[in-house]
Design a protein around this ligand. Sequence first.
Ligand code: ATP
Length: 216
Amino acid sequence: MLLEAKNIGFRYGEGPWVLRGVSLSLKPGEVVGLSGHSGCGKTTLARVLAGYEPPLEGSVTLDGKPLPKKGYNPVQLVFQHPEKAVNDRWRMEYTLRENRWYQQKVLTPLGIEPDWLTRWPKELSGGELQRFCVARALGPQTRFLIADEMTTMLDAITQAQIWHVVLDAVKEQNLGVLVVSHEQTLLERLCSRVIDLEAFRDHSTKHHHPSDVCCQ
Ligand SMILES: Nc1ncnc2c1ncn2[C@@H]1O[C@H](COP(=O)(O)OP(=O)(O)OP(=O)(O)O)[C@@H](O)[C@H]1O
């Protein structure tokens, strides 16, 4: 199974192109980095790859087919800010069950305490909430994980704990992971290769936004 983005173009409304001519592919069991300066479009690409935003140009496919519109999404996205990714009116056990195939076995290795399950999101710290978001994303049917600055706000020990669980899933269920981060040391430690999103910029500037064209 291959996750493939071909010639992706995306912009918000009539704004400038954020992504243009971006292509990448991710194989099962592969851990690949995505780097680039702040604002260059990493989060936008992460959202496009996981099917949250349809690309305006190009395609995202899984084994040559579009991402499924219904049912389980085999491409799971974990964001930097877990509080935006959970429903504050759901207790944590309900949040977890949002992915009805979530795996109980990852809870302890992720450091999730049993009594956190009955708490509301506002009763947990950001790091504790993020562990739930990772657990929710790691269902057995997950083929690819897009980790968008997933551990940026966490201390080193919690970061290591979470990545340990994710790398186990890479080995055990042949999960492919895209590590979106501006932390070079993290990317070097985890990834077999790193894609620099800025490398596509030269290409993108060859295409002009309609408002760049002067009409006289
Ligand atoms: N909802 C939105 N509406 C309009 N513009 C947006 C929206 N979200 C992002 N942008 C713009 O798109 C560009 C890319 O943003 P994006 O969040 O993808 O960058 P990033 O590389 O992930 O940045 P960072 O590393 O700071 O998180 C930025 O110029 C940003 O201002």
